[in-house]
Write a protein that binds this ligand. Structure first.
Ligand SMILES: [Zn+2]
Length: 263
């Protein structure tokens, strides 16, 4: 399913917060962050308190990790709102990222793929260890120029917060499952992970895709789909998603277990 902004789709309003179940003042949810141009909208679906919590990790992903790449691709909606500098790790021995001007950033995109299946599908217990498999996209000549400009350090890396990334994936999958199935059709597994209450669910509910995931000839930016996985007595709701799919088949495919069917 192509979910780019050009093909906006508005689902029926939920009338409850899809994260905490609250029924107070509710705002619309972009299922994919607006900063990725995702056009799937879920009206009246999030309370302000959960919205604030989500904003924190979405900002890390959109305004730090992905900002140079989003900017280069015209995905930044408010260009006047850009920071003058962005974090860039120059050397793994340094304590933390250095800040460089946005124009000096190599615009290399690093996507963290998952090394293993979601733990629940592989029979593992929830654990806090997550194994990533990084995929790098970009032009190495740009990277080399930037390294020379930045005093020829040995390593140039990107500021990437794995926990924030996985919470963002969980949020996308949860919103999509609610949109497609309805709020009461399944027992959701992801809200505790999305709201930061149980980090051990990261590798338990999110992993690589167990089956090869096809990619169309002219892939869109974002691809998402849902299927039912039977595990013994349980029927699990699995959401497969690919970000920046137009960069090709090397982009990671994530399988996110959104919960189990209740009927
Ligand atoms: Zn809420």
């Amino acid at each position: 399913m192509d979910v780019s902004a050009a093909k906006a789709r508005v689902f029926p309003p939920v009338g409850r917060c899809i994260y905490c179940g609250g029924a107070g003042a509710l705002t619309k949810e972009h299922i994919f962050p607006a900063g990725l141009g995702g056009g799937l909208l879920l009206p009246r679906a999030s309370c302000t308190s959960c919205q604030r919590e989500i904003q924190i990790f979405e900002d890390i992903c959109m305004r730090k990790t992905l900002l140079p790449h989003r900017r280069a691709r015209g995905l930044v909606r408010h260009p006047h709102d850009l920071p003058a500098t962005v974090p860039l790790v120059l050397d793994l021995d340094l304590q933390g990222p250095t800040r460089v001007a946005l124009d000096a950033h190599p615009n290399v995109l690093v996507l963290p793929g998952m090394r293993d299946l979601p733990g629940i599908l592989a029979g593992r217990s929830p654990e806090t260890v997550v194994q990533f498999d990084y995929k790098i996209f970009g032009h190495t000549d740009i990277l080399d120029q930037t390294k020379r400009r930045l005093l020829d350090q040995q390593v140039v890396g990107i500021d990437l917060d794995g926990y924030a990334w996985l919470r963002m994936l969980a949020k996308i999958a949860h919103g999509y499952a609610v949109a497609e199935l309805g709020f009461n059709r399944f027992s959701p597994a992801l809200p505790d992970l999305i709201l930061g209450r149980n980090p051990a669910l990261c590798s338990y509910l999110i992993g690589n895709c167990p089956v090869p995931s096809p990619i169309p000839d002219s892939p869109p930016l974002l691809i998402i789909g849902m299927l039912c996985v039977t595990m013994g007595e349980q029927r699990l709701v699995a959401v497969n998603l690919r970000l920046f799919a137009d960069l090709g088949v090397e982009t990671p495919v994530y399988t996110v277990i959104a919960g189990s069917f209740t009927d």
